[in-house]
Design a protein. Sequence first.
Length: 209
Amino acid sequence: MVKAWVADIRPLLDEGCYKRYYEVLPSFRQEKADKIKRKLNKAQSVGVWSLWEKIKKEYQLPEDSNFNLSHSGFFVMCAAELEKKVDVQVGCDIEQIREANLKMAHRYFCPAEYKRIIEAADRQQQNEVFFRYWVLKESFMKATRKGMALALDTFEIFLGTPAMLINKPADFTDSYYYREYEIEGEPYKMAVCSTQEDIDSKIRTEFKL
């Protein structure tokens, strides 16, 4: 099974709390955080790895587990495959909803996806649909391990329940599955994409920072 977690990093904006988490990170993650200038971005970097460390310890997962990390705004996200299957691909993404870049969607999304966005009832709904597409697309790109090297219009997503990948490059022969999540009362979209069909339907919040 693939499970997903989200954690609020606002406690890490306190210098003392940040220091406590920073000091127990592996050196390569400390160096990564040291290179970041903005306080919020430093908290995201420290927070997302701290979340993974808590998950890894709780579920006794090996270092080479199939997992993926994401962060946006005040939240960090982790998705991980818990059965230690070596051939499972996992990607996740979280994005804070804000003003959508419709010009970018027109240029880089598939025509049907862009049409779905602009046909939304109002600008708020357009923003919602845009960022729903965005996390679904980003999570697939991360699952394939191609990232932004994979053009956004080379695969198409149908916004069903669940969302479905209806077109993809021919060299990706595996089937990919989605789960989407939201944080009650918070303006964020989240998605997990995996070649493992069994993805937990609930986002988990038990690990606090």
